[in-house]
Design a protein around this ligand. Structure first.
Ligand code: SAH
Ligand code: SF4
Length: 375
């Protein structure tokens, strides 16, 4: 039996038992959780929301994750890849409209031509924006060498969700082959950290077979891995995927939504200075989903700035919002929505993870001096 807590802090919730207790909470305890997360965010980060202009530049993917609508074997998907010019103009749009950062996201492609294409684009965007526009990549599993090349070209953040920290559950969500290995995913995250990227990971919430224990372990995983950024959202079924067969076993969408808010709140309390995204999948369930997440601890929004004609072909899940709007519409409505919840947009700044900056300072402070160096 868990005693009610007077104050919720990282130290007093960092156990499997306590995290499960809060994931199950309702009524007053749930409100206590949300208000603790809100206060911790306001005191560490303030009421600033940073934008990441999301460019979903290709839906070509070599993988077959059982949950994802653009998986390789879904022959109903019309495959596309934006041209270099289209990607660069989307990045320019973000830069000129004060977004501060972009995310380049696509299906997983490891061909030498793709690696070079990305390297060239990063270099161009970096040069066009005098290195001021933040560049986040979300391009799946790659070799250490590829990650290094892209970092040297000018990218500095990488998002790679672990999807679930339970290796057994991971196996149920992916084909059993070398392309879909939990260990490789983890190794990639370790390589990204070694290369000094700002590293982001995350999970899906409300997956078939997933338990509250799994979710509590996901939070402990992110805490122990000492991540800099997180993007996690509800799992939403897609009819053209194998996992759709398990839709009757799922929690109702509203419960997946609420669990996601609780996960965000708990992570904010555990890791007060990381960047946490209010993901688009939340908005697919509740039109005010992202705003609610910001009030419970998130501080990043990723407006979709992919050219409108491609959006209907990047459907990872059903009911994906903003598929028929253009980027300007999204910007105008977002500015109004954010001020309605007493937050402001951190325009023209990259909004780097404070946690990462702190890690860097500590690393430099503790770096051992080599013999013969000035003391
Ligand atoms: N190919 C890259 C990036 C694109 S997929 C990668 O896999 O890392 C980006 C994220 O979309 C995935 O990490 C996954 O968590 C999420 N996603 C895929 N299918 C989803 C679904 N049905 N519901 C919710 N999120 C989904
Ligand atoms: Fe490809 Fe990413 Fe979808 Fe998996 S989740 S099928 S890697 S786009």
């Amino acid at each position: 039996m868990i005693e009610p807590l007077k104050h919720i802090t990282a130290e007093n919730i960092v156990s499997l038992e306590k995290l499960v207790y809060f994931l199950e909470s309702q009524g007053e305890t749930k409100q206590q959780l949300f208000s603790a997360a809100r206060n911790i965010k306001l005191s560490h980060i303030g009421n600033v929301v940073h934008f990441r202009g999301l460019i979903e530049f290709s839906n070509v993917c070599r993988k077959n994750c059982y949950y994802c609508g653009i998986r390789k074997d879904n022959v109903q998907v019309k495959r596309y890849t934006l041209t270099e010019d289209e990607i660069i103009s989307a990045a320019q749009f973000a830069y000129e409209n004060g977004y501060g950062s972009i995310v380049l996201q696509s299906g997983e492609n490891t061909s030498p031509a793709f690696i070079e294409f990305i390297e060239k684009i990063i270099k161009k965007i970096h040069a066009n924006t005098a290195g001021k526009l933040g560049i986040t990549l979300s391009l799946g599993e790659q070799t250490e060498e590829t990650y290094r090349r892209w970092k040297e070209a000018g990218a500095h953040r990488y998002l790679l969700r672990i999807e679930t920290s339970n290796p057994e559950l991971y196996k149920k969500l992916h084909p059993n082959d070398h392309l879909h290995s939990y260990t490789t995913r983890l190794d990639c995250l370790l390589n990204l950290k070694k290369l000094n990227y700002q590293v982001g990971t995350g999970v899906m919430i409300g997956l078939p077979f997933q338990t509250l224990h799994d979710m509590a372990n996901d939070l402990l995983f992110m805490y122990q891995f000492d991540i800099d950024m997180c993007g996690m959202g509800p799992y939403i079924e897609h009819a053209q995927t194998p996992l759709f067969a398990y839709r009757c076993t799922l929690l109702p969408l509203q419960q997946r939504f609420e669990l996601t808010l609780k996960m965000i709140a708990l992570l904010r309390i555990l890791m007060p200075d990381i960047n946490i995204a209010a993901t688009t999948a939340l908005q697919a369930i509740d039109p005010m989903g992202r705003e609610k997440a910001i009030q419970m601890g998130a501080n990043i929004i990723m407006p979709n700035i992919t050219p409108a004609k491609y959006r209907e072909h990047y459907l990872l899940y059903e009911n994906k919002p903003c598929t028929d709007e253009n980027a300007d519409d999204c910007l105008t409505c977002l500015e109004a929505r954010i001020s309605m919840i007493d937050h402001r947009i951190g325009k023209n700044t990259r909004g780097d993870s404070l946690h990462f900056q702190k890690r860097q300072r500590n690393f430099q402070a503790y770096e051992p001096q080599l013999p013969g160096e000035d003391q």
